[in-house]
Every structure is written in C-alpha cells, then in structure tokens.
Design a protein around this ligand. Structure first.
Ligand SMILES: [Zn+2]
Ligand SMILES: [Zn+2]
Length: 201
C-alpha cells in the first residue's frame, strides 16, 4: 500500500508536505518510480532534482483511474470465473437429463418391438396350425380319390370284359350290379371332391 492511499477516495494529499504540515495540500501528480503523490510545488522540485528528474510522473487522477479500473477488472475477473462451475454444472445436468430421455425412448421402443415380435410369433403359429390341419385333410381326400380311381379303373376293365367277351348270361347277371356299383362310386367321388372345395377359397 502506497503512502498516498491513506488520504482516501480521490483525496490524495502530497506525501512530502504531509510529513511537515498538519494539513497537507492535495496531490496533483504521482511518481511511478517513487510510488509517491506530490502537490504542484513538490512535483516541480521533484522534476528539478537531478536524481529524480528522469522519473515518470503522471497526473493524480490518471493514477486513481487506473487503480479503480484495476479493482473493477479484478472484481469482474472473479465474477466471470464464478460462471465456469455453473456452466459445467448445467452441462452435466443437461447430459444427464438427455440420457434419461434416451433411456425412456429405448425402453419404449424395446417394448414395442417385443409386442410386435409376440404378435408375429402368435400369428405365424396360428397359420402353421391351420396349414397342418388343412394339408392333413387334403392328404386324406387325395387318398380317397386315389382309391376311387383304382375302383373305377377296375370297374371299367370289368365293363370292357363284359362288352368284349361276356355272354348274354354274364351280361344279364352282372349288368345290374355293375350299374349300382358305378352309381355308388359316382356318389363317393362327388362327396370326396365336394369336401375339398372350401380349401381352394
Ligand atoms: Zn508538497
Ligand atoms: Zn520520483
């Protein structure tokens, strides 16, 4: 702390005169080298003395202005530095909040995907069981139709034989049974084929 600061705000007094008189005159100059305030008279002496003639002297107000600016800057520096932890905290909070949002989005999406997968598995298994049931039914009908084909074939051969080499007696004995057998097979074929119809729609 320099001697001049004892005089209070803007009221610096001459450091030289204050050591001699009870009421020192106000300072008008400040010497950077001596770190002292001078009144007009002492300042003139200071510039005439060979040892101090080269010292840099500035107006008292300028010295005060620089000092007050330095204090303001120091205060602003402290205040500005104080923002850093707040910004860092805001950043951390934001990242944490957004991580929560991300987690929620992922959880919801996972649930939806699970539900879709469950539906798919259920629908596919339904289709599979329908397929198995109907394929089995069609296989049964196919076997029936194959049996009918075999029966019809042998009946046709029997009719051929009757027509080509049978006697009138054979014809008389067999015609009626051939006829009823043919009628019966026609009904069976119709019934087998009719029951397959729903599967083709
Ligand atoms: Zn003086
Ligand atoms: Zn000086």
């Amino acid at each position: 702390m320099s001697a001049g600061e004892d005089a209070g705000e803007g009221g610096d007094v001459c450091d030289v005169c204050s050591g001699e008189a009870a009421s020192a005159p106000p300072a008008t100059k400040y010497c950077l080298k001596c770190d002292q305030f001078y009144c007009d008279q002492c300042s003139r002496c200071h510039s005439k003395i060979r040892a101090t003639a080269s010292h840099v002297v500035v107006p008292d107000e300028l010295q005060n202005q620089v000092k007050s600016d330095r204090e303001k800057i120091t205060e602003l520096l402290k205040k500005t530095g104080g923002f850093l932890p707040c910004i860092e905290k805001d950043k951390c909070d934001l990242v944490k909040r957004l991580a929560d949002v991300e987690r929620q989005i992922n959880t919801a999406a996972d649930k939806s995907i699970e539900a879709v997968e469950r539906d798919r598995a259920k629908l596919l298994s339904q289709v599979e069981s329908i397929k198995l049931k109907r394929v089995r039914q069609l296989e049964t009908v196919k076997q029936e139709v194959e049996q009918h084909l075999a029966s019809l074939d042998s009946l046709r051969q029997y009719a051929e034989t009757l027509l080509s080499s049978g006697t009138a007696g054979d014809m008389t004995r067999s015609a009626n049974s051939l006829h009823s057998r043919a009628e019966e097979l026609a009904t069976k074929v119709t019934s087998s084929v009719t029951c397959t119809t729903p599967f083709f729609h």
